[in-house]
Write a protein that binds this ligand. Structure first.
Ligand SMILES: [Zn+2]
Length: 262
């Protein structure tokens, strides 16, 4: 008898497969990112009607597991939450697509991530409500880096462990995993970023789980710039959604990242 598992997940990506099937990637709390073969999922209940997974929909799913790395066999799904409102604004849906891209790039197949799943669900609800999009994006960016074990330090010199200057510019070095104090810095062109000390303090508070404070949009963009500079070094490429977020004036960070890696 088949061994069925039940879980829930957020649809991060889906691709058509044959006439009536889809291959879909989900973020699940208990098994991280999982990819499913959903046979017959787009089969029309009536002529002229197409069905399939809603991108970013939260589903309860029933599946039969396969070996790690293989496509899991999805048996049944129930849509539990469609984050109503996220498609009413272009900025909200772009943030939603970016959340999916972050989860696809910074989660591991089969590895439980209940904290990140909760963070992702909350972020999508806030995007749907259209509130404080930039700050919610930044909180999610820090969350995926922490889940991935790749979040840099922000509160001390990564080389000597010493205190950072309270004011003025500090060198932030992704290859080292955080900032360098004036005694330790040895800037390599294109791999470090001069940042304001108070921006690092703000990032440290957010990464430590402090309740986000209302910040001016320009300040949020500056904080995201630092986080994305680090991500670009980790991935050795830019994420696809950055340029769209920038185009909508949500973030000018990509231009700054390009400027510094040139
Ligand atoms: Zn130092």
């Amino acid at each position: 008898m088949a061994n069925y598992l039940r879980t829930e997940g957020i649809c991060l990506r889906r691709l058509a497969y044959s006439n009536t099937s889809q291959v879909a990637s989900f973020l699940t709390p208990d098994s991280g990112r999982l990819s499913f073969m959903a046979k017959g999922v787009t089969r029309a209940p009536k002529k002229g009607i197409r069905t399939g997974f809603d991108l970013l929909g939260r589903y309860e799913i029933l599946y039969t597991p396969r070996r790690p790395g293989a496509l899991q066999n999805l048996t049944y799904q129930w849509l539990r939450e469609d984050f109503h409102g996220i498609r009413h604004s272009l900025r909200s849906i772009l943030c939603g697509y970016y959340a999916a891209e972050l989860a696809l790039n910074f989660t591991i197949e089969g590895y439980p991530c209940p904290g990140l799943y909760r963070l992702m669900t909350e972020a999508l609800r806030r995007f749907a409500a259209g509130q404080f999009l930039g700050m919610n994006v930044l909180v999610l960016e820090l969350g995926v880096l922490q889940e991935h074990g790749a979040c840099p330090a922000f509160d001390h010199c990564i080389e000597c462990g010493g205190e950072l200057p309270g004011r003025g510019p500090v060198t932030f070095s992704p290859p080292d995993g955080g900032p360098l104090c004036p005694c330790c810095e040895a800037p390599e062109r294109g791999r470090t970023l001069p940042v304001r000390a108070d921006y690092l303090q703000a990032l440290h508070r957010l990464a430590s789980g402090a309740e986000p404070e209302p910040l001016a949009p320009r300040r949020v963009v500056a904080l995201s710039t630092i986080v994305r500079f680090h991500m670009r070094w980790l991935l050795d490429r830019e994420l696809r959604m950055w340029k769209y977020l920038q185009r909508r004036q949500l973030s000018k960070s990509l231009r700054r990242v390009r400027h510094h890696v040139r």
